[in-house]
Design a protein around this ligand. Structure first.
Ligand SMILES: *[C@@H]1O[C@H](CO)[C@@H](O)[C@H](O)[C@H]1NC(C)=O
Ligand SMILES: *[C@@H]1O[C@H](CO)[C@@H](O)[C@H](O)[C@H]1NC(C)=O
Ligand SMILES: *[C@@H]1O[C@H](CO)[C@@H](O)[C@H](O)[C@H]1NC(C)=O
Length: 614
């Protein structure tokens, strides 16, 4: 994927520095950066301070992984739905024996022992004092702060490794990467009334309630998108919700919310698990509450896990982004759907894209195993993750991970008749990842309708996002006895995740594979009809009107909002063609928890692994 997916080669990484003569070996400079705006130099890091550095080793068969991912995800392939096993994925991602031994020999010579922190062995971790790291890497680790919050990070502006390791060691993190902390995608909320539904009036699918024009509750989404209210029943079904930065959902809040909005299904719950010491109980926070209330509240009876990622990774959010994925990759049966409402501006990764590429590949690994990865597209229109004037008069700001081609990005809409694009819905074109073939036709059709609008402000050959959308304005949530209305693509990703989880339920009950990586299916011919095309609204930013929502796919709402009934027809048809006898995934699903006790045991083992790795 590195070779095929990389659009813009960094000017900095791989820039050859002058040969250094610290040791007898020639060293090559891997990265050299300027301190980005927003970070300030403080002082040299103290020599004794311990650094926890991760080492990304060269993965042995990334092109093989990419073709395998497409082979099992493309509905026209005879292998559609025949997802890979954990071992098959690991075999392609694992570093070669030569890579492992050369890197170990280098560390050993310096009296450093590495721990392996990913199941495929492609990530190592070392703990070394600053002084030793400076010598080992010919670096100068220093303290910087992120001005907005005064959060301290320790970074170096350059580091070097022996030339003999150049093809074996991809990069070290954290070293030269200056990436602002992750941002929640929840721009606004206000206090509202929690509407109480009567159980009697909810027995059948009805017209969209009038109140849905002002605020969204689960019944609005069920009516708008034909989402079934009947409880899911398949063995092995599952839905995961990521949480970062001390976000947590509260079970009493969920019970109150369901009692009011889902009197037909008031008993929904979730399991909270911890990665990196993330908290698993406490007063609910807005983002996690939204994500849980619109997964448990819509994906009726689908076993749902909240994965709370803490800050024990010592380096904030990106360490957490790596750890949650490695924790899920270590599971025998990771969630079949994973929704994440956190993200970054891609620009922070652009000068050294290897970290973004590595994470993107990790999402591809889970996709190849049959997990659907969903990310909220961001809430700043074309100005990025959050609304910003910093790009006024300059190029648009795509978000990450939405620009990764191996996941599904979810934007937002609002209004009922007609349903239109929400103006905050981030969308656009990646500057790191090239446009994948599956979206060539859809994006070319949009670009020809767009004409010269915004010419020069975006990379027309980049991976375009979002792929789909749902409502995203004024979602009613219940927090600490108080109802609030919350808006953002944060609301949309969990909603779409629930649709996918309920589709999986039908597929699993029919003995078929879960959906896995969705995009080749979504972009395949005939699939667009399963979405409500959104054709008005736009996502302004950077001093422009942004992109207009137009007929067909657009970089504000993707193909539009889901119609569950039509999607079900589409996916059962596709699944029948390829994976009627799905073996691997069905076996994995059966091996998955058949009882809460088993699920809890599995998650706890996973937690122990995550802790043990630090
Ligand atoms: C890489 O993976 C592909 C499967 O997609 C396989 O066909 C190929 O043999 C593998 N190559 C190597 C060098 O292992
Ligand atoms: C490694 O440890 C040995 C034994 O303690 C010592 O002699 C040697 O100098 C150390 N090497 C480095 C590079 O620190
Ligand atoms: C950061 O630290 C400086 C100096 O100590 C202080 O003036 C400033 O208010 C702090 N900013 C924040 C956001 O805490």
């Amino acid at each position: 994927m590195v070779a095929a997916g990389l659009l813009v080669l960094s000017l900095f990484s791989f820039a050859l520095g002058k040969p250094l003569t610290l040791s007898s070996e020639r060293l090559v400079v891997r990265s050299q950066v300027d301190v980005p705006t927003g970070f300030s130099y403080q002082r040299k890091a103290t020599a004794e301070q311990t650094l926890n550095l991760r080492i990304a080793l060269t993965q042995s068969n990334i092109t093989g992984l990419e073709s395998a991912l497409y082979d099992v995800s493309n509905p026209t392939s005879e292998n559609y739905g025949h997802h890979l096993t954990k071992a098959e994925v690991e075999a392609m991602v694992a570093p070669s024996a030569e890579t492992v031994s050369k890197v170990a020999a280098w560390l050993g010579k310096n009296n450093i022992t590495a721990q392996t922190i990913s199941p495929a062995g492609d990530w190592l971790s070392i703990s070394v004092p600053v002084a030793q790291a400076n010598t080992l890497l010919n670096a100068q680790f220093e303290e910087y702060t992120w001005d907005k919050t005064n959060k301290t990070v320790i970074r170096t502006l350059a580091y070097s490794i022996p030339e003999t390791l150049q093809e074996h060691l991809q990069f070290i993190y954290p070293a030269t990467q200056f990436i602002p902390p992750v941002e929640r995608h929840t721009p606004a909320f206000e206090i509202v009334d929690l509407p109480r539904k009567s159980k009697r009036t909810r027995s059948k699918r009805a017209a969209v309630p009038a109140l849905c024009a002002k605020q969204i509750t689960p019944d609005c989404l069920q009516a708008l998108y034909n989402i079934p209210t009947t409880p899911a029943s398949a063995t092995g079904n599952s839905l995961g919700v990521s949480g970062f930065i001390e976000e947590i959902a509260n079970k009493d809040d969920l019970a109150d919310f369901l009692a009011a909005t889902r009197p037909d299904a008031p008993d929904g719950t979730f399991t909270a698990v911890s990665v990196d010491g993330g908290i698993t109980s406490g007063a609910g926070t807005v983002e996690a509450t939204l994500d849980i209330q619109y997964t448990v509240g819509l994906a009726t009876n689908v076993p749902t896990t909240f994965i709370s990622v803490g800050e024990n990774n010592k380096d904030g959010d990106l360490g957490g982004f790596l750890d949650i994925i490695n924790a899920l990759l270590a599971e025998d049966a990771p969630p079949l759907v994973l929704t994440t409402s956190f993200g970054f501006n891609e620009a922070s990764f652009a000068s050294q894209p290897d970290l973004a590429v590595n994470l993107c590949t990790a999402y591809g690994q889970l996709g190849a195993r049959g997990t659907t990865i969903l990310f909220a597209s961001g809430d700043g229109g074309v100005s990025g993750s959050q609304s910003s004037t910093a790009c006024d008069g300059a190029a648009f700001v795509p978000t990450f991970p939405s620009g990764c081609p191996f996941l599904t990005s979810v934007g937002s809409t609002q209004g009922i008749a007609p349903e239109v694009a929400a103006d905050f819905s981030s969308g656009g074109f990646s500057n790191i990842f090239a446009r994948p073939a599956y979206q060539d036709d859809a994006v070319a059709a949009y670009l020809s309708q767009l004409g010269n609008t915004n010419a020069g402000l975006f990379q027309t050959k980049g991976r375009a996002f979002p792929d789909v959308s749902t409502q995203g304005v004024q979602f009613v949530v219940e927090i600490g006895g108080q109802a609030q209305g919350v808006s953002g693509t944060s609301a949309s990703s969990p909603t779409f995740a629930s649709v996918v989880a309920l589709l999986n339920d039908e597929l699993l009950n029919a003995g078929k594979s879960p959906l896995g990586f969705l995009n080749p299916l979504i972009y395949s011919s005939g699939s667009a009809a399963a979405f409500n095309d959104i054709t008005s609204g736009s996502n302004p930013g950077c001093g422009t009107d942004g992109f207009p929502a137009l007929t067909g796919w657009d970089p504000v709402t993707g193909f539009g909002t889901p119609d569950f009934a039509k999607l079900l027809t589409l996916v059962t048809g596709s699944a029948a063609a390829g994976a009627g006898d799905a073996t691997t995934a069905a076996a994995a699903s059966t091996a998955a928890a058949t009882s809460t006790a088993a699920a809890t045991g599995r998650k706890h083992r996973n937690k122990a692994q995550a802790h043990a790795s630090h």
